[in-house]
Design a protein. Structure first.
Length: 268
């Protein structure tokens, strides 16, 4: 079975890993040691901190010893999560497929082609046939999850999709670089103006009433401008756990690409 390396433990990367693992592929999740993921109830990011996490019936386990990866993959009891440097991971895993799901919206992605037999880029900045072999559209709209064989994904544009009339105003971004500290948890009910966390010495407050859908892990270093808090204004109807609609559609697009590639490789 082909090995797929998915970069990024956020909600999109986690949904992709979940879908591919469920389809029978060997999957490894890769990120750095301090991911700033906010939607941790909708992702496998907490495996980096706690050693284990779960998402809709699928477990993920942190693997610090890269030599143990083949054994973890063979067991298929959980998705292994690794935080070693990329070159070391590539040397240990030798992935057939690489999916860049880090969703670095404002940076220009480096070329991924040649790292694996199939490279897939998710989000703005990727160009199918140039920086990756195939790209998948990640922006809201009729083409969300569309597979792009040639050319770029759509550039980053506009406001986030509104929830109960609130778009970007439901987010809080770190005003300064520093260590993010909080005593709150995903799902906590909050009131507008309530102190939720600190970035360095700066107090960060809830922008509106609702429930915490996104909250960067306590103790993680963040850069100025990093998204660290998200409030779902629906309160008791807030969706703070499980795979979201957008990540699910993106993951479905990735699975189509990998399935088609694997079928063609078997027939060749």
């Amino acid at each position: 079975m082909p090995i797929v390396l998915v970069r990024g433990v956020g909600d999109v990367g986690s949904a992709v890993a979940h879908r591919l693992f469920g389809a029978g592929f060997d999957v490894v999740l890769h990120d750095g040691p301090h991911p700033t993921t906010t939607r941790r109830g909708m992702a496998l990011a907490d495996a980096v901190f706690d050693g284990r996490a779960a998402l809709e019936g699928v477990d993920a386990v942190l693997v610090n010893d890269l030599a143990a990866l083949p054994g973890v993959l063979a067991l298929r009891a959980a998705i292994p999560v690794v935080i070693a440097g990329l070159e070391a991971v590539l040397g240990a895993v030798h992935p057939d497929v690489l999916v860049d799901a880090r969703m670095r919206k404002r940076s220009v992605p480096e070329s991924r082609r040649g790292i694996a037999s199939l490279t897939i880029g998710l989000g703005p900045g990727f160009v199918a046939g140039e920086t990756v072999d195939v790209a998948v559209e990640t922006g809201w709209g009729d083409d969300l999850g569309r597979v792009i064989q040639t050319g770029p994904t759509r550039p980053l544009a506009g406001e986030p999709r509104a929830i109960a009339g609130h778009a970007r105003d439901r987010y809080v971004y770190a005003p300064v670089a520093g260590v993010f500290t909080t005593g709150h948890r995903i799902g906590d009910a909050v009131r507008a103006g309530q102190a939720i966390a600190r970035a360095g010495a700066e107090i960060l407050r809830a922008p509106l009433d609702g429930a915490l859908r996104g909250l960067t892990r306590d103790g993680v270093p963040v850069e100025a401008g990093t998204k660290v808090i998200e409030v779902d204004p629906r309160g008791t109807n807030a969706i703070v756990t499980g795979i979201g609609e957008r990540p699910a559609l993106i993951a479905a697009g990735v699975l189509r690409v990998v399935d088609q590639w694997a079928t063609a490789a078997e027939e060749a």
